[in-house]
Design a protein around this ligand. Structure first.
Ligand code: 26W
Length: 841
């Protein structure tokens, strides 16, 4: 049996190999090497040191043949690897020492690494946190995704406006990946389907005349915390099947070769930067089929090297689909089982529906993926046939159940059919063919069950469950906030690192003056760190004594950055109108990328920057308010921001934010939440108590009720609330856009005018404004009492235990995946892992 892979960092060896790598990779001496070269050399040196652990872990999989999770996701927002790997190897300090002995500062070296930004936002970062937890808990897992050559665009702010710049993250190469050409799979697009007869008269199908692309995997290690266990993130790159041959004389061949080469170049070129908004782009469907087909073919092939009976595939594999993006897993697995392994429909269906599970991340109707039949069937003719057959059989079941049952069957079909109105509805396919459907926070799951997916829930109640999201405390406290991490360890011991429930012992110190003082000092130093970042990147001086009020997330109307900035405009009006207006100094910090084509979102960024320009330069308010828009918000600068935040803005229209995860990261770092009762905020309130946060606004039930009645009339507010009216008028009278007073008209219109597609103020910004302003007054009041604030802040950190992704993963394992922790002979049973198992249901 494989020995437990232990990792022992060898500092001297590391130093020698950095020096050696600099010479061999760049033909330079240390004195002449750039910081980027040192980073590359160090990352290679680190990779070399973990190779044994990685190989040993994989060998244990081969020997023990445990059931494996394949986590299929179009997005993995990994961020930087080097510092995080060092943390999880428990070698951060020795590596820092080694680099320092070589004359380098580890922070500067870490800054040389580009973020692996293979994701848009919450959904992609969740996948990354899950991998961290899976490896830490020693579960056998593969993350499967796409090796985009260009990740999430880099955001530049020019004249207050967002400009998208390509993210060439592979420019210097990726030292932490390994290309695995020996595991290449072929993926087929287009062509047509033919049938043929086999012995016994059975009709079989195959795709012909297709275009062909090679899927070549690149592996990145996912290192567990302090356990020498290494899982794998496998991202697929597209390459032409045959190198394009110039000597091809056959015109047909030549053209096909050109086409195949072009297709391969395109597929993995770029991540679609759309978030929560579906567009029927053919290339995106190609990306989806590409990585799903490669991943599933691989899983089946690997299974068949050790097993014969494909009926037992579900004992060895579970495929978790991260939203509907990988839903083609279902028809692809059916195709492989039937067309390549001659299984009958019923058997293939049984296997497929026992392997596949689906997570829903949004109730926003515009995010639901629907593909036009034309496009779908042309690109994936055989897959389309299979989907049609799944739909036909499903509708028979619906009829069987509801005909003669006093139910309007046509209503049921309208809501549940997989193919409807000329479109393939991916969520419906995912639900029908999965054994598990889960939401990502309690409220979100309830809305799915009772509203959005009600008909499906009536049909298959046993499939549905909730798995509240979580985040990894290793990256978002241990790495992001070393000062606080050390303080927490000093007070409750270090077990919190692998068992975040332990952090609740901090409650004992919430009232302790000494603890409060130390806590306050740490928070202050982190705020100084962020102030320095802002000085360097924005050229704005902010006061670390001011309240750092933070909203960092994708820019979307439902997340209501507009509500936040309109409240800032209101406060500024108060200061201007009344020289005696009392408030604590506040710095409003925003970070957000907008989808490139999302007009109102981009305009909101412009508004934030315009408001910042006016307010930050108005000496008459004595710097009481500062507004900062942090350019290019991403995982690496998020870590600096979370550690320094006093107030966490979680102000989505109730019912719209499925969970949110920045709410958890900020809470863990001691920020107090101002928020609606939406997503995981509801559970944050349960954990920390409503008295330790600031809750405002309509409830999700109220929002849904208004929506069902066609909205509300914002003029009720416009006509009666002076403050709101003043702010609204300032959107269109040039206060923040002297050159072009009409600039912000679309935002004004979105709040007051209804259109056939959208009711006025669809996201209830005016409706919630007064309640939000009142909650903000409470924030201000609470901050005036620093003792009380620090107590609340400590309690927020202390009560964040539930929101570890370790807990989330344990729940998925218990209820959906049924994986076993990989064990090694030397494991001491009592200390199998530091992590508390979730109690049995
Ligand atoms: C088809 C275009 C598209 C692209 C991305 C549609 C939808 C998405 C994602 C669902 C967007 C996303 O990241 N959703 C977020 O997922 C997080 C993790 O579960 C939640 O915490 C957030 O509330 C949810 O918005």
């Amino acid at each position: 049996m494989t020995k437990r892979p232990t990792f022992k960092f060898d500092k001297e060896l590391f130093k020698r190999s950095v020096e050696y790598n600099v010479r061999s990779m760049y033909r330079k001496d240390m004195e002449d090497a750039t910081a980027q070269m040192i980073f590359q050399a160090s990352a290679h040196a680190l990779r070399d040191q973990i190779i044994d652990c990685w190989m040993n872990t994989q060998k244990a999989f081969e020997e023990q043949e445990p059931k494996q999770l394949v986590y299929l996701s179009m997005e993995f927002l990994m961020g930087r690897a080097f510092g995080n790997d060092a943390i999880n190897l428990q070698a951060y300090q020795p590596i820092a020492d080694a680099l320092s002995e070589l004359g380098f500062d580890i922070n500067a070296i870490e800054d040389e690494e580009p973020d692996a930004a293979l994701g848009n936002g919450g959904l992609g970062r969740l996948a990354a946190c899950f991998l961290d937890s899976l490896a830490t808990l020693r579960y056998p897992a593969y993350g499967c995704g796409i090796r985009y050559h260009y990740g999430m665009f880099k955001q530049k702010i020019e004249h207050g406006q967002q400009v998208e710049v390509p993210d060439n993250w592979l420019k210097h190469g990726n030292p932490l990946e390994i290309r695995r050409p020996e595991y290449t799979e072929e993926v087929h697009f287009g062509g047509y389907v033919t049938s043929y007869q086999v012995d016994g008269g059975r009709t079989m199908f195959r795709q012909e005349g297709y275009q062909c692309v090679n899927a070549v995997p690149y592996d990145m290690p996912v290192i567990g915390y302090g356990n020498g266990f290494v899982d794998t993130l496998r991202i697929w790159d597209a390459e032409p099947v045959e190198e394009f041959r110039l000597d091809s004389f056959d015109k047909g061949d030549y053209e096909k070769a050109v086409e195949d080469t072009n297709l391969a170049k395109l597929i993995t070129e770029v991540l679609y930067p759309c978030d929560d908004h579906y567009q029927g782009k053919e290339l995106r469907l190609k990306q989806q089929y590409f990585f799903v087909s490669a991943s599933i073919q691989q899983a089946v092939n690997k299974y068949l090297t050790g097993n014969k009976d494909l009926m037992k595939l579900p004992e060895k594999y579970v495929f978790q689909m991260n939203d509907t993006h990988p839903t083609l897993t279902i028809p692809e697995l059916m195709r492989i089982l039937m067309d390549e392994h001659a299984m009958q429909w019923d058997e293939a269906w049984h296997v497929t529906t026992s392997c596949c599970a689906y997570t829903n991340h949004t109730i926003m109707a515009e995010a639901l993926e629907k593909w036009p039949i034309e496009l779908f069937s042309k690109l994936l003719p055989r897959i389309y046939q299979i989907v049609e057959e799944i739909n036909r059989r499903f509708l028979l079941d619906v009829h069987a159940k509801y005909d003669n049952a006093g139910v309007n069957v046509q209503d049921k079909i309208r809501s549940m059919a997989i193919i409807f109105n000329g479109q393939v509805r991916m969520a419906n396919l995912a639900i029908v063919a999965s054994f598990s459907v889960n939401g990502v926070a309690a409220l979100h799951t309830k809305i799915l069950e009772e509203e959005v997916l009600k008909d499906f829930y009536d049909l298959y109640p046993q499939k549905f469950s909730n798995k509240t999201n979580g985040i990894t405390q290793r990256r978002f406290l241990l790495h992001a906030n070393p000062l606080l991490a050390e303080w927490v360890t000093a007070h409750v011991g270090e077990d919190w690192i692998t068992d975040l429930s332990k952090i609740s012992d901090l409650k004992l110190y919430a009232d302790d003056p000494k603890a409060q003082k130390e806590f306050a000092q740490i928070r202050f130093r982190n705020k100084q760190r962020l102030a320095a970042y802002i000085r360097e990147h924005n050229g704005i001086e902010v006061d670390p004594h001011s309240i750092f009020d933070v909203q960092v997330k994708r820019l979307h109307e439902y997340k209501r950055q507009l509500l936040n900035i309109m409240h800032v405009m209101y406060l500024y009006n108060c200061l201007k109108a009344d020289p005696n207006f009392k408030m604590n100094k506040r710095t409003f910090i925003f970070g957000a990328k907008a989808a490139a084509g999302y007009v109102n979102a981009k305009l909101t960024i412009k508004l934030i920057n315009s408001v910042a320009d006016v307010i930050n330069n108005d000496d008459s308010i004595n710097g009481m308010i500062k507004v900062v828009f942090i350019e290019d918000y991403r995982v690496s600068n998020a870590e600096i921001i979370f550690a320094a935040s006093d107030v966490s803005e979680q102000i989505s229209t109730a019912s719209k934010e499925a969970s949110g995860t920045s709410n958890m990261k900020l809470m863990l770092n001691g920020a107090l939440t101002i928020g609606t009762m939406d997503g995981a905020n509801v559970e944050i309130a349960e954990e920390v108590g409503r008295e330790n946060m600031f809750i405002f606004g309509l409830s999700s039930a109220e929002v849904l009720k208004y929506e069902n009645n066609g909205g509300y009339d914002p003029y009720e507010i416009f006509n009666n609330d002076q403050n709101v009216r003043q702010v609204l008028m300032q959107l269109v009278n040039g206060t923040y856009s002297a050159d072009n007073p009409e600039l912000f008209r679309p935002l004004y219109d979105s709040l007051l005018k209804s259109s056939p597609q959208n009711p006025a103020d669809r996201y209830f910004i005016l409706k919630d404004f007064e309640s939000y302003a009142a909650a903000q007054r409470e924030v201000d009041k609470a901050y005036s009492d620093q003792k009380k604030w620090m107590k609340m802040s400590i309690l927020n950190t202390a009560c964040s235990g539930k929101f570890s992704s370790d807990r989330t993963i344990q729940e998925y394992v218990r209820d959906i995946w049924h994986l076993k922790q990989v064990s090694f002979p030397e494991d001491i049973p009592a200390k199998k892992s530091g992590t508390r198992a979730v109690p049995a249901k």
